[in-house]
Write a protein that binds this ligand. Structure first.
Ligand code: FRU
Length: 512
């Protein structure tokens, strides 16, 4: 008698899990649902949080509202990946509780068990986040730990671990500093436009070291800092420190954006490489915010990898996607490129993304007209594409590509050699009227490199990322065209360039 019962139970459970999977797969085919960018199944998401690599898994936590598609009840959602491309959703990691929301922060592997949270000789994962108090004007820093590969978390009884009695004081990013053998925290003092640095022997007791700022862009509040060494392109043994400061408004394309400073960190203080550093931007379009990097990438890999939230505080709550709201950018590798006496941050798509490549199309040198004709004859089009194109810059004519073309819709990506600029025009990109600040043309400075301009472009269902000249300028933009708008075209004004080479791949979905 028992056996049939268990059989029935097992089949019932099997059907149930099958149903859940089918449901999940349908969910990932809604209009505008990104097919190779991370999105939560449903509800609101903003900043990436707690990114850490441990035992073969990249962890991605994120600001999440478990109860709706608007900002609120902030908690940490959670997903893991073995390759930075395919993600598996896990249950909520840290929930709002006792009037304290879980705001942005970081996570580290406490290899030396300095915190004492480790178990059975294994290091704990420790998350550091801002406790945002809903009943009083206070933000302070808290910790939580996990001894089961991030599957379950315990909030520390001694929280908060850092409290200066401020209403705005948030987004702790922590790393181990080997030369001084202690933990360093960079944390935003938003209204003061400062990043405060603290040190700790054990992640529980923090002492103030120094402040950086105001500097660079100061019109918006400062949020989500990060501080890390980055290798120089072409000389990976040399590195400089980069201080990331996300700003709530005043970015080049308007609204929120990500600025950075390059310099030195001596264990106590960050000093920029130029006095009175100007604002330098990690991205020039509107949808790359709260970007921070992964912690504990193994030495043998040694890349500095990061990801940003693909939206903008000016209109994030109005973007017409359902039942989820917001996606993350593609994961990118950071490096520094020399530019006169300074260094500039460059970003290239993480190499793991090559896994997504499906059917390839290749064409060698020719005129822009010939290449455009080739596109038509081969019927190259799509809403999930990687396009890698190299132009031989010539006269002053503008040139570029048009993507996601359809009835009355297109997004124009272009270069204007005389103004040394790269632009993205999403004024006719599809749905734009859901918010007055959404439509627009965004531009980045860009000059030819060795007489060439290379554009690497990733199209997904509702986003475009342009990496120009091996990551010297990037444009990350949401677009909401009809799914039938899949046309692709190359264009050039008279006196425009020749094309040296084009490679295009259809990209696979990560959800099936
Ligand atoms: C940045 C931010 C953080 C804060 C979080 C709250 O987008 O404002 O400063 O911790 O979002 O969701």
């Amino acid at each position: 008698m028992l056996l049939p019962f268990f059989l029935r139970l097992a089949t019932g459970l099997f059907c149930l899990s099958g149903a859940v999977q089918a449901f999940a797969a349908d969910l990932y085919r809604e209009p505008f649902r990104p097919q190779f960018h991370f999105t939560p199944e449903r509800n609101w998401m903003n900043d990436p949080n707690g990114m850490v690599y441990f035992e073969g898994e990249y962890h991605l936590f994120y600001q999440y509202n478990p109860f709706g598609d608007k900002w609120g009840h902030m908690s940490w959602g959670h997903a893991v990946s073995r390759d930075l491309v395919h993600w598996r959703h896990l249950p909520l990691a840290l929930a709002e509780e006792h009037g304290v929301m879980i705001f942005s922060g970081s996570a580290v592997v406490d290899w030396r068990n300095t915190s004492g949270f480790g178990k059975d000789g294994k290091p704990p994962l420790v998350a550091l986040y801002t406790g945002h108090h809903t009943a009083k004007p206070l933000q302070n820093q808290h910790i939580a730990y996990s001894t089961d590969r991030g599957r379950t978390w315990t909030k520390f009884r001694g929280n908060p671990v850092l409290d200066i009695g401020e209403k705005d004081f948030r987004d702790p990013k922590v790393f181990w500093h080997e030369p001084t053998r202690r933990w360093i925290m960079a944390v935003a003092w938003p209204v003061q436009r400062k990043v405060r640095l603290y040190s700790s022997p054990n992640l529980k007791e923090w002492s103030h070291l120094s402040d950086f700022g105001p500097a660079g862009s100061t019109s918006g509040i400062w949020e989500c800092p990060d501080l890390f060494p980055v290798q120089l392109e072409g000389n990976r043994r040399e590195s400089k420190w980069v201080l990331i400061v996300n700003v709530g408004s005043g970015a080049p394309a308007g609204g929120s954006g990500c600025q950075y400073f390059v310099g030195e960190f001596d264990g106590t203080r960050f000093t920029p490489e130029v006095a009175s550093p100007p604002a330098r931007w990690a991205d020039y379009s509107r949808d790359f915010y709260a970007a921070v990097s992964w912690s504990d990438i193994p030495k043998r890999d040694n890349r500095r990898l990061w990801i940003g939230w693909m939206s903008n505080w000016e209109y994030a709550g109005a973007v017409p996607t359902s039942p989820w709201r917001s996606a993350m950018s593609l994961p990118r590798e950071l490096m520094l490129r020399r530019s006169g006496h300074e260094h500039r941050l460059i970003q290239i798509p993480a190499r793991e993304l090559r896994k997504l490549r499906g059917r390839p199309y290749h064409r060698g040198a020719g005129t822009v007209d010939e290449a455009a004709d080739w596109l038509r004859r081969r019927e190259v089009s799509g809403d999930q594409l990687e396009i890698d194109i190299e132009f031989e810059s010539a006269g002053s004519g503008k040139f570029g590509l048009k993507v996601r073309q359809g009835e009355g819709e297109e997004t124009v990506i272009g270069c204007e050699p005389s103004g040394n600029r790269l632009f993205l025009d999403r004024t006719r990109a599809g749905k734009t009227d859901f918010h007055p600040k959404f439509s627009g043309i965004h531009e980045a400075p860009l000059s030819a490199r060795n007489g060439r301009i290379r554009l690497r472009v990733f199209l997904d269902a509702s986003s475009i990322e342009v990496f120009a000249n091996e990551g010297e300028a990037t444009l990350t933009a949401l677009v909401l065209p009809a799914s039938a708008s899949r046309g692709l075209e190359f264009w050039a004004e008279p006196d425009g360039p020749k094309i040296r080479r084009v490679d295009i791949w259809k990209l696979r979905s990560i959800w099936n």
